[in-house]
Design a protein around this ligand. Structure first.
Ligand code: GDP
Ligand code: MG
Length: 431
């Protein structure tokens, strides 16, 4: 995602309400962003339709332009769709059995070990059950993890009927009290009828309190189909999304969550045993949109209530306006990229106007040393006045000259932009 959306956002004028055309233009790009983040095609389409309906006619916040407002609405809706706040599975005092399912390589065994470590550290007595009898090495892998974490592992034997597994588990629990049992199961590379039947049988016998689908964030488009099938064949109560430390933007999470409606409890963030975090919908929403810069602007604008960068008329843009705007901008914190995000600002600033905090402070000091009349009518600032302002602000006459020249250029540029129908106060149109 990139320049194109930025341009659309830049070119959206401030307006009271979001129009259908504005929303449509932004949504086209949002849809591309979602697809680039590997959100399933249908999910992206439905999502965009739903949000468009909500967005049209909404008031544009004082501090945002229309494009940013659309992004805000999309972002908020994404967070909602991803579950709102971080959620954790509910644990009873006893009798918790968690059944881990998912495709081969999704990260079931790893996540089982991670959950064991996490809940052991919370004071739970965890037992792991190695029920992946498909691959010889699978039980061994879980045993290694169990030893590492310091929790026992009950191994299911080859061709063991589910009822026998259940009986063996009950017998084990009578000898050794465990309040959280986590069952690692077999996966296949692709969804497979025989596997689904076997899983359904084992689930029926063990009657778990949670059935957790482990989804690899890198599976992208396929996540929807996987989640849908596991939900309909096995029945799920929650999701774990792994490999969020990779390049994947998290579209798989949105797809899996949308199609199952089940909460995403955890995100896997490394291969290590400690690499498991609660799933934070707001973080992932930002990552899916891939618009961190716009989002952080929106956040800061909401905090600082940046007043619109739209002087009455470009021709009337005086030094007082410049001062007010600079102060508004500075309220928003670290400058750097921020200033470029203000619609039209980057195009308005002369190249030599190097934006750094120190320079803004000096400009502030210079304008502050002027009388109101001078700010309103910079052309009265003669040599005498320049000297006075320079000494009053601890700057030099050369700097005052440069400021006045820069202001002249900005004013000119704003006039040109307005004639072309662009820029603050313009009627819209493309750069
Ligand atoms: P299973 O077949 O579903 O049991 O998958 P495994 O637990 O064996 O994991 C498959 C591979 O993915 C292993 O190499 C794991 O180390 C790796 N893996 C699992 N979860 C994560 C994760 O959150 N981040 C990263 N980077 N790798 C992971
Ligand atoms: Mg495994």
């Amino acid at each position: 995602l990139g320049q194109k959306l930025q341009d659309i956002l830049d070119n959206m004028r401030k307006s009271g309400r979001l129009t259908e055309a504005q929303v449509k233009a932004a949504m086209r790009e949002i849809r591309v962003a979602l697809l680039e983040a590997d959100v399933n095609f249908t999910v992206a389409k439905d999502f965009v339709a739903r949000v468009s309906e909500k967005a049209v006619g909404q008031d544009v916040l004082g501090s945002l332009n229309a494009g940013q407002q659309v992004v805000k609405i999309v972002h908020d809706e994404l967070i909602e769709t991803l579950g709102g706040k971080a959620q954790q599975p509910v644990l009873k005092n006893d009798g918790n059995v968690w059944f881990m399912v998912g495709l081969q390589g999704a990260g079931k065994t790893t996540s089982t070990g991670k959950l064991a470590a996490l809940y052991k550290s919370k004071g739970r007595r965890v037992l792991l059950v190695a029920a992946d009898t498909q691959r010889p090495a699978a039980r061994e892998q879980l045993k290694v993890l169990g030893a590492q974490v310091g929790v026992p592992v009950l191994e299911v034997n080859d061709h063991e009927p589910p009822q026998v597994t259940r009986q063996r588990l009950e017998e084990y629990l009578q000898k050794d009290f465990r309040d959280l049992v986590i069952v690692d199961t077999a996966g296949r590379l692709q969804i497979d009828e025989a596997l689904m039947d076997a899983l359904a049988d084992l689930k029926g016998a063990l009657n778990p309190s949670e059935t957790l689908l482990v989804v690899d964030a890198m599976t992208g488009q396929e996540a929807l189909n996987v989640a849908e099938t596991f939900e309909s064949r096995i029945g799920l109560s929650g999701l774990i999304i792994t490999k969020m430390d990779g390049d994947a933007r998290g579209g798989a999470a949105l797809s899996a969550k949308s199609v199952t409606g089940k909460p995403i409890y955890f995100a896997g963030t490394s291969e290590k045993i400690s690499g498991l975090e609660p799933f934070y919908p707001d973080r992932v929403a930002g990552r899916i949109l891939g618009m961190g810069d716009v989002l952080s602007l929106i956040e800061r604008a909401e905090q600082a209530e940046l007043s619109a960068f739209a002087p009455k008329k470009p021709g009337e843009f005086d030094l007082e306006d410049l001062l007010v705007q600079l102060r508004n901008i500075r309220k928003m914190g670290p400058l750097g990229d921020l200033i470029k995000l203000i619609p039209g600002m980057s195009k308005m600033l002369p190249a030599e106007f190097n934006v750094d905090e120190k320079q803004l402070q000096r400009i502030d000091a210079m304008i502050s040393s002027m009388t109101l009349k001078e700010r309103r009518e910079p052309k009265i600032i003669n040599g005498q006045r320049r000297k006075r302002i320079a000494s009053g602000s601890g700057t030099s006459v050369q700097e005052i000259n440069r400021l006045l020249k820069m202001h002249e250029q900005m004013k000119e540029m704003m006039k040109v932009m307005q004639r072309m129908g662009m820029g603050p106060g313009g009627k819209g149109g493309k750069m």
